[in-house]
Design a protein around this ligand. Sequence first.
Ligand code: SF4
Ligand code: SF4
Ligand code: SF4
Length: 305
Amino acid sequence: MKIAIEELAGCSGCTIAVLDLHEMILDLVETAEIVYSPVIMDVKEPPEGIDIAFVTGAVRNEENQERLKVIRERAKVVVALGTCACYGGVSGLSMLSSNEELFRYVYQEVETVRPDGVIPTGVPPFLYRAFAVGDVVRVDYYITGCPPKEIFLKQIIPALIAGDTLELSRKSVCSECDRTMGKIEGWSLKRRFEGVPDREHCLLGQGYLCLGPVTFGRCGAACPKNNVPCHGCNGPSLDILREPCRDIYNMMVRRISDLTDRPAKEVEKEFHDVAHTMYAFTIGSMIMEDKENSKIRDLIKERGG
Ligand code: SF4
Ligand code: SF4
Ligand code: SF4
């Protein structure tokens, strides 16, 4: 059994999440050989005859696209590992600026800028937009999470290697959260830094934009359990994925409207920076952009990407 881990436009955190399985890695390497992983070994090209290729990161430039096509050709099974690979992840946010603005910012404006301010010519050209891995090649399995949680990887990686099937939870973050709904009075949207939420009641009910209702679970509602609203790092919940008319934005508006008895139009006025608060992990996904009433198309147009 030969395994590869390819890195595209991401932070390598998903590969580190695999390494974070600690001693379980020792069991894995008894049955499987890691033949290619730019983060953990010095191998420049993926070999032929890979059994399972884990691909992390989004497709943002021509090199990402080329490497993805090569690994797809050389692997029997391709697994999109992490939310960047599954839905474009945070790389997708780069679509809110033009490619020229991005290059100018990175090479001439940030504090760590090159002193000569020269935009290098040898870097791979950007594609016109970000893509999820499944937008470019056929994907056999998706493992979401930014990065995927250890408890979940511990179940799925051995099962993949053994060729076993697994029955896993398909629930949303809300289904894994044990907060109760408190009294909803004078609801208004709060920023994360405003006040301190109480630890017992639903964060959304308290006015914090918690994306639990529209987010795929399997993280044990890690953020709400630590008094932080879910910001959607596991990607959309299954009902949103399945239903063409369901989108993160409209489902959140509907949920808040139901909760607060306020008309949807009024609720919508409360939102600021929809791109970063609702689509931070999914804006680069064609599945999400192609939805009938997706907000993503407007957001990209507005920001000039
Ligand atoms: S999904 Fe998150 S952890 Fe994984 S590569 Fe993308 S940004 Fe990094
Ligand atoms: S909206 Fe957030 S805080 Fe409320 S139940 Fe869902 S996950 Fe928990
Ligand atoms: S609660 Fe939301 S943001 Fe936090 S780990 Fe789970 S899916 Fe990610």
